[in-house]
Design a protein around this ligand. Structure first.
Ligand SMILES: Nc1ncnc2c1ncn2[C@@H]1O[C@H](COP(=O)(O)OP(=O)(O)O)[C@@H](O)[C@H]1O
Ligand SMILES: N[C@@H](CCOP(=O)(O)O)C(=O)O
Length: 324
C-alpha cells in the first residue's frame, strides 16, 4: 500500500440509457437514478448490499465491484487485497438502464479515488469500455449528459453534449428482466447496406438535433433498423409503442439500452404527460406486462468523495436522505 492511499471513499453514480434508438453502441445519456458505493481499505473483504434491489449479487470476492477495483489496483501497481464494500442502488438490474455500467464506473471511480486519483477520467473511460465492450452506458455514467462515443476494441473516444433543459425522460420499466447478453444474441451478425445508411443518417440527425436544441426533429431522427426490429420479439407491445407514442405527446421513443425498459423523450412543458403515461402503461398491460413508470432528467456523471473516520455509514445516509 502506498502513502497516497486514502482509507475510505463514497461514489454516487447515475443510471444511463444507451442507443437512444439509432445510436447503437454509440449514444448514451445519464439519468438521475443512482447507485452509491462506499469502498474502504480493510483487514478482511466484506460486501454489504443495502436494500433488496440487488438480490442475487455475490457478496464475496467474485463481486463485480471488488474485481474491477482489483483491476485498477493491479494497473496502478498497488496492492490492496482486502476491501470493505457497501452498495445501495436505485437502478433496477437487467432492465436496460445500465446497472452493469454503473457498477463498473462506480468501482473504477471508487478504487481510483482510494489510490489518490492516479488515473485520469479518460483512462477510466478506456478501462470501462474495455470491460463493458461498448462505450455508451459507461461513457454516460462517467461523464454525464449525453455522450457520443466509439469503442473499436482498442480505444474509446467520446464527446459530451449538454442535454437541453427542456428534455424530460419517461421510462416504463417492465417487471421482467432481460439480460443484455440475451438481447444482443437475437441480433444478426451482418446487416444490409441500406439499413446501415438508414441508421447512420438517423443517428447523425439525432445528435445534431440534440446538440442544437431542435427538439421537433427528434421524432424523425429517433428511428432504428439495426437492433430494435430484432429485439421487438422479446418485448411484447414494444412495436406499438415505437409506432404510436408520437401520437400521445412523445418527442421520440426508443428501447432503453438492450431493454426491456421503454424510453420516451418529452418536452418538459408538454401538457400531454398523463396521456402518454396512460398509453405506455395501457399498451404494456394489454400484453399482460405491468410496468413501473418514472419521470427522469438527464444528469451529471459519477462523483467521488473522500470520507473521514467519523462520517456516517452508507446505510445511515440511505435511510436519512434517499429513502426519507
Ligand atoms: N452493483 C452491482 N454489483 C455487482 N454486479 C452488478 C451490479 N449491478 C449490476 N451488476 C451485474 O450486471 C448485470 C446486469 O447487466 P446487464 O444484463 O447488462 O443489464 P443492465 O446493465 O441493463 O442492467 C447483473 O445481472 C449483475 O450481474
Ligand atoms: N448498446 C448496448 C446497450 C446495452 O445497455 P443495457 O443498459 O441494456 O446494458 C446494447 O444495445 O446492447
Amino acid at each position: 500500500m502506498s502513502d497516497r492511499t486514502v482509507q475510505k471513499v463514497r461514489v454516487k453514480v447515475p443510471a444511463s440509457t444507451a442507443n437512444l434508438g439509432p445510436g447503437f453502441d454509440s449514444l448514451g445519456m445519464a439519468l438521475n437514478l443512482y447507485a452509491w458505493i462506499d469502498m474502504a481499505v480493510a483487514d478482511r473483504t466484506t460486501v454489504e448490499l443495502i436494500g433488496d434491489q440487488m438480490n442475487g449479487i455475490p457478496t464475496d470476492k467474485s463481486n463485480l465491484i471488488y474485481k474491477v477495483a482489483q483491476m485498477v489496483f493491479a494497473e496502478a501497481g498497488v496492492s490492496i487485497p482486502e476491501l470493505s464494500i457497501s452498495m445501495y442502488s436505485e437502478i433496477p438490474l437487467t432492465r436496460g438502464l445500465g446497472s452493469s455500467a454503473s457498477a463498473i464506473v462506480g468501482a473504477l471511480a471508487a478504487a481510483n479515488a482510494l489510490i489518490g486519483s492516479r488515473f485520469s477520467t479518460y483512462e477510466l473511460f478506456q478501462m470501462a469500455s474495455r470491460l463493458e465492450k461498448h462505450p455508451d452506458n459507461v461513457g454516460a455514467s462517467l461523464y454525464g449528459g449525453i455522450v457520443v462515443a466509439f469503442w473499436d476494441d482498442e480505444r474509446a473516444e467520446s464527446i459530451r453534449l449538454e442535454p437541453d433543459g427542456r428534455l424530460d425522460v419517461l421510462v416504463a420499466i417492465p417487471e421482467f428482466q432481460l439480460s443484455t447478453e440475451k438481447a444482443r444474441a437475437v441480433m444478426p451478425t451482418q446487416v444490409a447496406m441500406k439499413d446501415a445508411v438508414y441508421n447512420l443518417s438517423h443517428s447523425s440527425l439525432l445528435v445534431a438535433a440534440l446538440a442544437t436544441g431542435k427538439l421537433g426533429m427528434i421524432r424523425h431522427a429517433m428511428k432504428d433498423r439495426l437492433h430494435q426490429p430484432y429485439r421487438a420479439s422479446l418485448i411484447p407491445g414494444m412495436q406499438t409503442l415505437l409506432d404510436e407514442s408520437g401520437n400521445y405527446g412523445a418527442l421520440g421513443v426508443a428501447l432503453s439500452g438492450a431493454g426491456p425498459t421503454m424510453l420516451a423523450l418529452v418536452d418538459a412543458e408538454s401538457d400531454r404527460k398523463t396521456e402518454l403515461e396512460s398509453f405506455l402503461r395501457g399498451t404494456l398491460a394489454k400484453e399482460g406486462i405491468s410496468a413501473k413508470l418514472l419521470w427522469l432528467k438527464p444528469c451529471d456523471g459519477v462523483t467521488a468523495t473522500l470520507l473521514a473516520e467519523g462520517d456516517e455509514g452508507l446505510r445511515r445516509l440511505v435511510e436519512k436522505e434517499v429513502l426519507a
